[in-house]
Write a protein that binds this ligand. Structure first.
Ligand SMILES: NC(=O)c1ccc[n+]([C@@H]2O[C@H](COP(=O)([O-])OP(=O)(O)OC[C@H]3O[C@@H](n4cnc5c(N)ncnc54)[C@H](OP(=O)(O)O)[C@@H]3O)[C@@H](O)[C@H]2O)c1
Length: 271
């Protein structure tokens, strides 16, 4: 049985990757700094959870022992946490080579190397580390997750407004769809594909997404267009974040949001 190490397997996409691996009867180990509470919906009973900080390297060798494939879905957005993407990738790639790992699979972002935005520059550096590693590596570049755009809308909820980035278009994808492709890539016997782009099933303006959000959440109040200056705003307005030919995601934004809202409904007391 293939043993997969999911680095960052307690995170948003990581827990979906663990679920997908288990559905394919792969043997799954997870590494992250913190343990999940026993009742966390992100915890999967059949997976093995280990704690290590990839930037320090401590505990990493134990996590990598007897592993066939590493899927890296780590994240570190701000300040020193960003070292997770660079130093962490260096430690993981070197440790994987020493441990005899056969394949590395990294999750990245569509056209990440075209944007002069510091987080994207760190992701580009992370891609380079994997590309140059001694272990054959594949990079799956995804479009933004459904959660990414929804976080903007949710942020306005208390203020009874729905903020939307002026002129932005997205091809958002469900993390379950991303997880499926990552695990396909991890378990494939074929040569790693280098870079593969994947996107959600439809391209929508953020104004159309705001309408869907309001329909399923019942949020009222004005929709407020906000400017997003700088390279990231330009990227989202120009369509650089899209990959129309690679719309492999199946779950639409409306389907995902409907399921999210149904799950968060308060339990009905039938007594
Ligand atoms: N959001 C999007 O729309 C989007 C689109 C395309 C690609 N991506 C990529 O998807 C990846 C995963 O994102 P996500 O939202 O799933 O991240 P997330 O929920 O924040 O999960 C990050 C994971 O990394 C672990 N981690 C962080 N620092 C660590 C360290 N130093 N050592 C060991 N584990 C560490 C975290 O656990 P601990 O904190 O317990 O260590 C957690 O398990 C990112 O690389 C991102 O660039 C995101």
């Amino acid at each position: 049985m293939t043993r997969v190490l999911v680095a960052g397997g307690t995170g948003l996409v990581g827990s979906a990757v663990v679920a997908e691996c288990l559905a394919r009867t792969a043997d799954v180990r997870v590494v992250s700094r913190h343990s999940l509470p026993p009742d966390s919906p992100r915890r999967h009973l059949a997976a093995q959870y280990l704690q290590a900080d990839v930037t320090g390297g401590e505990g990493l060798n134990t996590a990598l022992a007897d592993v066939d494939v590493v899927i890296d879905v780590l994240d570190g957005k701000l300040g020193s946490a960003r070292r997770t993407l660079t130093t962490g990738a260096q430690n993981l790639a070197a440790g994987a080579a020493a441990a005899g790992v056969r394949r590395l699979v990294l999750l990245s972002i569509v056209n990440v190397d075209e944007v002069e935005f510091s987080y994207y520059q760190a992701k580009t550096a992370q891609e380079t580390i994997y590309r140059e590693s001694r272990v054959p590596a594949a990079t799956v570049r995804s479009t933004q997750f459904h959660e990414f755009v929804t976080a903007f809308f949710d942020a306005g909820r208390k203020l009874r407004v729905t903020p939307r980035i002026r002129g932005a278009k997205f091809q958002t994808i469900a993390v379950a769809d991303v997880a499926r492709v990552l695990v396909d890539t991890a378990l494939s016997e074929a040569e790693p594909p280098g870079i593969r782009n994947i996107g959600g099933p439809e391209v929508l303006g953020m104004d159309a997404m705001a309408r869907i959000y309001r329909q399923f959440t019942g949020v009222r109040g004005p929709v407020v267009p906000v400017p997003l200056p700088g390279p990231l705003g330009k990227f989202f307005r120009s369509g650089g974040n899209l990959t129309r030919k690679n719309a492999v995601g199946k779950i639409t934004y409306a389907q995902w949001l409907e399921a999210r809202e149904a799950e968060s409904l308060p339990a009905v007391d039938l007594r």
